[in-house]
Ligand binder design. Structure first.
Ligand code: FES
Ligand SMILES: [Fe+2]
Length: 405
């Protein structure tokens, strides 16, 4: 916590304050610590069959009913900040391109030419037109077909039916969501995030900037990988020399914003606040880990010489139930100090990737293997302290129309 302390501002400047929602979370955390290390949690444990992670029928239903239909976090507005900027979303379902038009509005299209379906864009650069690499049909930033070399050969076709094929998209609070199918819909992101929406605004994501991202392949179900972000029960055992040094195990805040959630883990520095008057608590940026259902974790953490980093971790299904991949991204938050160089954010990215890969995903892979050979009748059990996992698995089951077994 000490790294979030600010020096007293010069006379006349506003005194930095902790965000009220953050302060409310701090009070809850300190109360848990004062009570000897209690945690938020559910009412009872939940047992389920291993098929939740291994069943190919469930897996196909998740790709179809969940990833194919639900609004998915594609990135932050800073990645498509200017007219002509393109962001690709190519992680699940059809390849999608997201482009900001001249008026500053985001469009999303299938990344597919309407001539013979060639892929149009393969890198996220700025452009005036979207031109196909195959025969050079060109489309404007609103997807309108504006040039066809050798146009005479296509005499008689209705050009208006050859504009790019739209994909549902929405932008709000610095976040960009898409649905991984063709469609004209504008996604109401604020409505989708519901009661979690105002908390996401606290990150001021519109002012963030991407510093580094990477892709990690894992031999486990996307849900097994995602589960590791939703509980703080494992810090001491699994991360004794890494996250477990800075974070208290099993003291977790949980807020359910159906279907999303927020968890907040307990930095060891909070122990110093037990019994201390709030007036002496350091100023802290808004934090916590937020699941934008079904697969994207967004969290904030203090970094460097003040302010925060934003991490975004998105887990996607791989080629089969026991395979997945994670897109790990670290951003400089709008409130970060200009004195903190990018290298500090890059180092944070690399450290988290290393720990998640060698610790979390290492046990996930072994767990997945065991689940695929689990004896008849074996059931996984989630504790009350794994309430985020309980609720997420229940919600996925509800959406795919296959009750948990
Ligand atoms: S496939 Fe795109 S111009 Fe031919
Ligand atoms: Fe972990």
């Amino acid at each position: 916590m000490s790294d979030t302390l600010h020096a007293a501002p010069p006379a006349g400047e506003a005194v930095p304050q902790t965000d009220p929602a953050m302060r409310a979370m701090e009070r809850r955390t300190v109360a848990h610590l004062a009570a000897g290390g209690t945690t938020d949690g559910g009412l009872e444990p939940l047992s389920i069959a291993p098929g939740e992670y291994t069943d190919p029928v469930r897996f196909e239903a998740e790709k179809r009913e969940l990833f194919g239909k639900v609004a998915l976090l594609a990135g932050f507005s800073c990645e498509v900040a200017e007219p002509g900027d393109v962001m690709l979303f190519d992680h699940v379902g059809p390849a999608i391109l997201i482009v900001r038009n001249r008026q500053g509005v985001l469009n999303a299209f299938l990344n597919m030419c309407t001539h013979r379906a060639s892929r149009l864009v393969s890198e996220c650069s700025r452009r005036k037109l979207i031109s196909c690499p195959f025969h050079a049909w060109s489309f404007d930033l609103d997807g309108k077909l504006v040039a066809m070399p050798g146009e005479d050969a296509f005499e008689g076709i209705d050009r208006a039916t050859r504009n790019l094929i739209r994909v549902p998209v929405g932008e709000w609070g610095g976040m960009v969501f898409v649905k991984a199918h063709a469609g004209e819909e504008t996604i109401d992101v604020e409505a989708w995030l519901g009661e979690m929406a105002p908390h996401m605004l606290r990150f001021n994501l519109a002012g963030a900037s991407l510093v580094k991202h990477s892709r990690v392949e894992t031999d486990c179900s996307w849900k097994y990988a995602l589960d590791t972000y939703g509980e703080g029960y494992h810090f001491g055992a699994l991360h004794p020399t890494t996250f477990g040094v800075t974070t208290v195990s099993n003291v977790i805040l949980y807020d359910h914003f159906d279907p999303h959630y927020r968890v907040h883990f307990t930095n060891v520095g909070y122990r110093d606040l037990v019994g201390a008057p709030e007036s002496e608590w350091p100023v802290a940026p808004y934090g916590g880990s937020h699941l934008t259902f079904p697969n994207a974790i967004v969290y904030g953490a203090p970094i460097g010489d003040g302010g925060s980093m934003i991490g975004m971790y998105r887990v996607y299904p791989g080629a089969e139930p026991g395979k997945s991949f994670t897109i790990m991204s670290v951003y400089r938050a709008a409130d970060s100090s200009p004195d903190t160089p990018d290298e500090v954010f890059e180092a944070a990215h690399d450290f988290i990737e290393e720990v998640v890969t060698t610790e979390d995903y290492s046990v996930s892979k072994e767990g997945q293997r065991n689940l695929s050979h689990a004896p008849e009748g074996f059931r996984i059990v989630y504790g009350k302290n794994e309430i985020a996992l309980q609720n997420t698995h229940k919600k996925i089951a509800e959406i795919i129309g296959m009750p948990l077994e």
